[in-house]
Design a protein around this ligand. Structure first.
Ligand code: GNR
Ligand code: NI
Length: 171
């Protein structure tokens, strides 16, 4: 089932998500719905709090459109190692129509559980490394715009309010 993606400035996006303690059918259904919602959007990732569920579950698929899908479901993901710097443009399904460059680690090692409860380790770089960091941020109530300098964030807030108002008039 495709779920509704919450958008900034919804306060639900600022809450910290809780670790998953048992992988139940409900968690499996959540992961399925998240993947469906991500592919429908479309986006390269989605975190549970973006659909109002405050559990530490993320889905990611950065495979190009002309290649077969490569879905990652990560439960309780944790960055256990990081190195290098990256400064790339990001967007977010919860912050529509806005993009900005964000400083991230270039490479990360992420430990997580899969849907069978097995521990899995991802050693990633490039867009996949950025996506993991972006999604794990969501689990801690952080949006990419929270990484902007105070001046840029202030400009974002003003521009965004204006954009949302314009969109409302247009509707
Ligand atoms: O679809 C998405 N694209 C994207 C592009 C650059 C950096 C991060 C992302 S994640 C985003 C989907 C989303 O909002 N996930 O939380
Ligand atoms: Ni996002």
């Amino acid at each position: 089932m495709i779920r509704t993606i919450l958008t900034y400035p919804n306060p639900e996006l600022k809450k910290k998500s809780a670790p998953v303690t048992i992988i139940t059918d409900k968690i499996r259904e959540l992961a399925r719905d998240m993947a469906e919602t991500m592919y429908d959007a479309p986006g390269v990732g989605l975190a549970a709090p973006q659909i109002g569920v405050h559990q530490r579950v993320i889905v990611i698929d950065v495979s190009p459109k002309d290649e077969p899908p490569n879905l990652i479901v990560a439960i309780n993901p944790e960055i256990v190692h990081a190195e290098g710097d990256s400064y790339e443009e990001e967007g977010c399904l919860s912050v529509p129509r806005y993009a900005a460059n964000v400083r991230r680690h270039a490479k990360v090692v992420v430990k997580a559980l899969d849907l069978e409860g097995e521990e899995v380790t991802f050693q990633v770089d490039g867009l996949l490394a950025i996506a993991f960091q972006h999604e794990i941020d969501h689990l801690d109530g952080t949006l990419f715009v929270d990484h902007l300098s105070p001046l840029k964030k202030d400009i974002f807030r003003k521009k965004y309010r204006h954009m949302v108002e314009e969109a409302r008039v247009g509707a």
